[in-house]
Write a protein that binds this ligand. Structure first.
Ligand SMILES: [Zn+2]
Ligand SMILES: [Zn+2]
Ligand SMILES: [Zn+2]
Length: 137
């Protein structure tokens, strides 16, 4: 499903700022910070303030359209769609390549760990650091 359809299905309006932020993230594979998104849009004559961009990114993250890559301090569009399990990243420390993946069994295993400690987990986040298949050669 296209991001725009996801928004519409969830009852969100396709406002111009939302469309602009989506487009900014559409054409990049490296995570962008809110500041970089603002700069990119600014160069195209579109002006969004920080608060608006943050609010839009929060919504997109909640809808799984976009994910935050914590170790890189930026946001990227989701490449998995509604695949089950939390979406996570493997990040190559050499070339910076991002590999998004989801593993439901991994989530279940993590829930068990949490339950043992009396914690009810609703979401899991982890980022792997290492070498991608290309850089390992
Ligand atoms: Zn995803
Ligand atoms: Zn690599
Ligand atoms: Zn999970």
């Amino acid at each position: 499903m296209l991001p725009i359809e996801v928004l519409r299905n969830q009852g969100y309006k396709i406002t111009r700022p939302r469309k602009q932020v989506l487009e900014a993230l559409e054409h990049t594979e490296t995570p962008l910070s809110p500041y970089e998104i603002q700069k990119l849009l600014h160069e195209e004559g579109k002006h969004l303030d920080h608060v608006t961009i943050y609010r839009i990114l929060d919504l997109f993250c909640a809808l799984n359209l976009v994910h935050r890559v914590w170790s890189l301090g930026g946001f990227v569009k989701c490449t998995l769609g509604d695949e089950e399990g939390c979406h996570r990243y493997m990040i190559c420390r050499n070339c910076g390549a991002l590999q998004e993946f989801a593993d439901k069994a991994l989530c279940e295993r993590e829930n068990k760990v949490a339950e043992r400690l009396g914690f009810h987990a609703e979401h899991h986040a982890s980022e792997f650091s290492g070498l991608c298949s290309h850089c390992r050669k």
